[in-house]
Design a protein around this ligand. Sequence first.
Ligand code: EPU
Length: 338
Amino acid sequence: MRIEKNISLKKHNTFGIDAKAKFFCEITSINELKNALRRNDYPDKFILSGGSNMLITKDIEALVLYINIKGKEILEEDDDHVYFKIMAGEVWHDMVLWCLDHDFGGLENMSLIPGYTGTAPIQNIGAYGVELKDSFVSCEAMNIADQSIRSFSKDDCNFGYRDSYFKNEGKGKYIITSVTFKLTKRNHKLNTSYGAIEDELERKGIKSPTIKDISNAVVAIRQSKLPDPKELGNGGSFFKNPVLSKSEFDLFRAKYPEAKYFKVSDDELKIPAGWLIEECGFKGKRFGDAGVHKDQALVLVNYGNATGAEIIDLAQKIIEIVFNTFGIKIAPEVNIIK
Ligand code: EPU
């Protein structure tokens, strides 16, 4: 185990924030993780994965454990399904492509989501009508306090919209080491209900799409409106879409009949924060090196040398103006490291 000192985290977070780790250690196996957590000479530890859903606002005065444990394994299969286990440090999109190469279905709508597989369950990642929980079977996680490994079933994870046990009662207690999915080998359940996918398939003249066609459509849609973190620092959606009760929604809808919405349950509706932010005039606006993306107002961007604090200032301004305009409080989706 090699511990480095004063390492820049710029290339370890998709926002491209140039903060430093006082100590940094790359973890490539479960055993290394166990040993690192037991190091009492570095009492403070900070867990880092793909860095795609975090905003670092200051240097990290701790031992940063960069979880880069690789590997994948088919646990079980029959003619219809495969149970597939993947280690936490595998890049999510590479795993999705691997599944498509093997004609394993279920993850295609979540193509091109940045980040590593191990952190995907924490916020139950989702895109274009599908969420991680739809294919999730279980995950294994190391208890930070005693380094034991525990298996979590889907029920244990208590998944919700961009939410799970790991963001609530389990917060800061576990490090996910692997995830197991149940994927289809035939009779794939295609999900093309999201309007943008339908439009993209129609544009290409595809009438009976394969899972690969759906993935390609999602990649095209994402590339058309979401900035590539390699070119423009960002953390994907900066805010969650607010969920309104039916009565709150009815009042909102009466005033703004043109706004899009999605049904969450019989008495809850979700409205696009991107639309609220755009209506407030923020889309494409730049404040120093911090800005609001020109094609998707839900995404805040770093034009080069923005600090975490500058991005937070912009986020706060947006939250305030959206609230003053619509009476709706939007909340960050990214993990803010203070
Ligand atoms: N919209 C606007 N202006 C904008 C952005 C969006 O009016 O600047 C409107 C769109 O016209 C559309 C609606 O808002 O009618 C929804 O937009 P979009 O399909 O882009 O999705 P979203 O609700 O803004 C969510 C996820 C994304 C995911 C997409 C597609 C959240 C917080 N975000 O965004 O996830 O890719 O749906 O499923 O739920 C992420 O989590 O990092 C992420 C990118």
